[in-house]
Design a protein. Sequence first.
Length: 68
Amino acid sequence: MQPDLSNARWRKSSLSGSGASCVEVAFVDDAVAVRDTKDRDGGTLVFRRDEWTAFIGGIKNGDFDNLT
């Protein structure tokens, strides 16, 4: 079931500069929603919190550093 995103509080990194390709995230209920900053109506990916936590852990562990 998709969460209701109508009142979602979207955030993007404070490190993203103007014109940068970025994503925004919103924490809604038990889910994390992700969308493209430049195409906010282009669709939204929704992850369970445990999936998001595993993804962030992989980033911190360097699991994605060698992807090409």
